[in-house]
Design a protein around this ligand. Sequence first.
Ligand code: ADP
Length: 266
Amino acid sequence: LLPESIIDYRELTVGKTIGSGEFAEVYEGTYRKTRVAIKVLKESNSAALFLREADIMSSLKHPNLVQLLGVAQKPDNVIYLVTEFMAKGSLLHYLTTRGRSVILKTDLLGFAIDTCEGLSYLEQNHIVHRDVAASNVLIADDNTAKVSDFGLAKSAEQNECERIKCRTKWTAPEALESKKYTHKSDMWSYGILLWEIYSYGRCPYPRIPANEVLINLKQGHRMEPPDGCPVEIGEIMRQSWLNDPDKRPTFSSILDRLKQIRERLL
Ligand code: ADP
C-alpha cells in the first residue's frame, strides 16, 4: 500500500450505515470536510483480501472508477477503507427503484458508456475485474456511473480464484469451467450488465435457475436483448456472448461504438 494512502483514523467521522456487502459494512462519513463512504470489514480473517482490494484501488485513478481515498487502522486493528461517496447508491438499485418513466434513454446509454470507460481503463492497465455487474456499479450525485468492488480484481497474469460468489449468471462459460478470467470474460459480464441496464434492472435469464444456466449456454441459448433496446446495443450483447473468448470485442472498441451511437442520438 502506498504511504499516501494511509489515513489517520482520528480524522474520520463515521456516520450512519448505508449498505451491507458480503464482507463489509458500509457507512457514510466525513474526512477532511468531505463526505465519504467507509467500508468496515465484518470479519478480520478477510483482512488480506480487503487490503489487496485497497492496494489495487489505490493504484487506479479514473473518473469512472470509484476512487479510494485511503485506508485507516484503529488501535484495535479494525480497518477502514475510505472511498468517494456515491450518493445514488448502486446502479441496480437506481434502475429498479426509479422505473421506466423517470429514467431517460440518454441516462441508460450514459451508464453503458461510463462503465465501458472504466472497464476500458482497467483493460489498458491489465486488470481483470471478475465481478462486473450492475450491483457493483455505483451512481454519483451527478448520475456518473463508476465501477466499484475490486475485491476480486487481479492483474491479468494471475488466474486462480479465491472467492466464488453466486455470480453464475454474470460469468463467462470458460471462467465458470476453467477459472479462465480474462478481459474477454469481463466483456461477457459487461454484456450481461448491458442487458441489466436496458431491462431496468431485471435479473438475467429470468426463467432459468442459476445452476442450469451453464448447460443452457452450452446448448447455444442466449438472452434476447430487452424490449426497446437499440439494435446496435443488442448487437454488442450478442458479440460479448460469443463462445470463443478471442472473438469477443475489446472494451476500447465497444467504447468507440457506444460513442458513435451517442453522436447519432444527439
Ligand atoms: P461488498 O464488496 O462487501 O459486497 P459493496 O462494495 O458491494 O460491498 O457495498 C455494499 C453496498 O454499500 C452497495 O450496494 C452500496 O449500496 C453501498 N456502497 C458501497 N460503496 C459505496 C460508496 N462509495 N458510496 C455510497 N454507497 C456505497
